[in-house]
Write a protein that binds this ligand. Structure first.
Ligand code: 13P
Ligand code: SF4
Length: 325
């Protein structure tokens, strides 16, 4: 197990006085010194994606976290993702560059209220989207992500009712795809509910050859216009493989960095928000910066910790998901 005396992190974050090249070099050196792996979600800033050892959707990131030999996991994503890595790796140091990087969807499902909701439906199988807290995972039978939700619900016994939490839009999409009647927790993501159907239709009129690709966390009014619906990884693959040269992308625009890298000759248009704002960028994901990532590695903080009973209870449904994926 990794043991070291941790240098003291300044109480408030101070921007390291390093130019970008030096910062990349310093991070790479810290990676070697700590035997660390940097896992990043597609919604992170481009420079974080560029320095990461692995970039992926929530399923791929949890699979990486489950299989890594590194002693330190630096999770460039949001809290529930780093928490999942810690649940799978209790003896490893798991760092989140900004400890306040939460998730509106996870926050839309408070444990106490969910426990009362669950009590109303005895005998249900509880399927929870990975975008939830460890406490909600601990109350669940199985976890899913946007890339395996349909596959997992399809494997559940037909004679048992199912609660699906916390994302109602993904839940509705899974209902459509599986023909199963799910009891939905009414949560949603502030980013994916911000897309304007009207502006997307307008864009499609301006670019009739464009494919509309959307994440299943989007509202039905957006999903019904989509040529393809999938997790971030699925959207990335589709944009590479589909012959179209223009894509209207209805998910957090951070993914466009990888899309453009993989297919530099194609055009990727971020789906606009209802208001004239940058609300299609996740304010939680974007709290992480390359400077904070460096600082987290240098001071080995902020560290993800959790109660062992909750961890063990949350581990079972995550393991079930990894087996069924
Ligand atoms: P995926 O990358 O698993 O599709 O999830 C998207 C998301 O909203 C993560 O917070
Ligand atoms: Fe949560 Fe939505 Fe941000 Fe994903 S994009 S982390 S679901 S708030």
């Amino acid at each position: 197990m990794f043991t070291t005396v941790r240098p003291q992190q300044p109480s408030t974050f101070t921007k390291p006085n390093l130019i970008p090249n030096d910062l990349f070099k310093a991070i790479n050196q810290l990676k070697k010194d700590l035997n660390a792996v940097i896992l990043a979600h597609y919604y992170q800033d481009p420079d974080i994606q560029d320095i990461a050892d692995f970039i992926g959707d929530s399923l791929a990131l949890s699979q990486q976290a489950a299989s890594t030999n590194a002693e330190v996991i630096v999770f460039a994503g949001v809290h529930f993702m780093a928490e999942t890595a810690k649940i799978l790796n209790p003896d490893k140091l798991v760092l989140l560059p900004d400890v306040n990087a939460g998730c509106s969807l996870a926050d839309s499902c408070p444990p106490e209220a969910f426990s009362q909701f669950k009590a109303q439906y005895p005998g249900c199988i509880v399927v929870s989207y990975i975008n939830c807290s460890a406490e909600i995972k601990a109350m669940s039978d199985i976890i899913c992500t946007s890339s395996n939700a349909v596959k997992i619900v399809n494997q559940l016994p037909k004679d048992r009712p199912i609660i699906f939490a916390p994302d109602q839009n993904l839940g509705r999409y899974v209902m459509e795809q599986t023909g199963r009647d799910l009891i939905l927790w009414q949560g949603s993501c502030i980013v994916h509910e911000t897309f304007s159907e009207k502006k997307i239709v307008q864009l499609k009129i301006e670019h009739p050859q464009a494919e509309i690709i959307a994440h299943p966390e989007c509202e039905p009014s957006v999903l019904r216009h989509a040529n393809y619906i999938g997790s971030t990884t699925a959207l990335l693959k589709y944009s590479q493989q589909n012959p179209s040269e223009v894509f209207i992308v209805a998910t957090e625009p951070g993914i466009i960095h990888q899309m453009a890298k993989e297919a530099p000759n194609k055009q990727f248009i971020p789906a606009p928000a209802i208001d004239n704002c940058a609300c299609n960028e996740c304010p939680h994901m974007r709290l992480n910066t390359i400077e904070k990532l460096y600082s987290a590695m240098k001071y080995q903080q902020p560290e993800i910790t959790m109660d062992e009973d909750i961890r063990l209870a949350a581990l079972r449904p995550i393991q079930r998901m990894l087996e069924m994926s």
